[in-house]
Design a protein around this ligand. Structure first.
Ligand SMILES: CC(C)(COP(=O)(O)OP(=O)(O)OC[C@H]1O[C@@H](n2cnc3c(N)ncnc32)[C@H](O)[C@@H]1O)[C@@H](O)C(=O)NCCC(=O)NCCS
Ligand SMILES: Nc1ncnc2c1ncn2[C@@H]1O[C@H](COP(=O)(O)OP(=O)(O)OP(=O)(O)O)[C@@H](O)[C@H]1O
Length: 229
């Protein structure tokens, strides 16, 4: 199995692209969804957040007030780093478990939708492909303000909390340009999907795994099996 990293900037369109890929049958692991699960009440990350940010960070039902926490951490780099240091190891552990689940079910590849892929760099060495969903800065800001009901200043703060999208674009193997219409993006997603489906990387990863575990004898046996199957 090989891994594909999907990233971009805040509100650049990662969710839009990942739902198009999901409709095409790609398995997706969404880091934002995982990030919500690992801070649910009674988890280690939850306790540490309450310890460091105080009980005033909670809603009446005991869950974390995400809006309040967002306002705090996007306005303050120290607090953001603190929250990242609490949540990121838990997010990565939970994602690894999900990857294992797909691996055991025999999937050829999995797409990891990770907004901070290039900022944290923890997962990049495991990836065979990286995809950046790009949109121009003015469109990104407008979409972010409209989607989350933010002022321009708040939206700019959130964009500034991440690596510039232009820089991310330069680090990726594939770029989806999402400044235009959804139809235009959909066409690019179809092309990307074809490339991933045609990729032989899964075979390479399997061969490496066989060599690592069984040596040259294993690879010859594996090659023989492939030829005979
Ligand atoms: C700050 C929180 C509470 C805001 O929650 P909220 O529900 O409003 O937003 P959501 O989680 O859907 O995130 C929206 C987007 O914000 C950006 N974002 C989130 N956290 C961060 C961060 N620490 N640094 C920079 N950008 C971030 C991402 O682009 C993300 O897609 C939440 O994002 C959080 O717990 N962040 C820390 C964990 C994290 O880094 N998540 C990103 C996935 S690795
Ligand atoms: N091509 C497009 N045309 C018009 N609107 C779009 C397009 N792509 C995305 N949007 C809208 O822009 C907003 C941001 O898109 P989306 O939620 O997919 O971004 P994201 O990168 O997943 O954001 P986040 O980093 O916050 O998770 C959403 O309201 C979405 O409906």
């Amino acid at each position: 199995m090989f891994l594909v990293g999907l990233t971009g900037g805040i509100a650049s369109g990662k969710s839009a692209v990942s739902s198009m890929l999901r409709e095409l049958g790609c398995p997706i692991i969404d880091a934002d969804v995982v990030a919500r699960k690992v801070v649910e009440p009674h988890t280690p990350a939850y306790s540490r957040i309450v310890y460091h940010f105080g009980p005033e960070i909670l809603l009446e039902n005991g869950e974390i007030d995400r809006q309040k926490l967002g306002q705090l951490i996007f306005a303050n780099e120290e607090k953001r780093k603190l929250l990242n240091s609490i949540t990121h190891p838990e997010i990565h552990k939970a994602m690894l478990k999900e990857i294992l689940f797909y691996f055991l079910r025999g999937y050829r590849y999995v797409v990891l939708d990770v907004p901070l892929l290039f900022e944290t760099r923890r997962l990049t060495r495991f990836l065979n492909h990286t995809v950046v969903v790009y949109c121009d800065p003015a469109t990104q800001l407008l979409r972010l303000m409209q989607r989350d009901g933010l002022t321009q200043e708040q939206a700019e703060q959130r964009v500034a909390a991440q690596m510039p999208l232009n820089e991310k674009r330069g680090l990726a193997n594939h770029v989806i340009e999402n400044s235009g219409s959804r139809e235009d993006t959909h066409r690019q997603v179809l092309r990307l999907h074809t490339k991933l489906e045609d990729s032989m990387d899964f075979l390479l990863v399997r061969v490496i795994a066989v060599v690592a575990t069984t040596g040259l004898g294993g690879i010859l046996l594996y090659a023989a099996k492939l030829l005979l199957s």
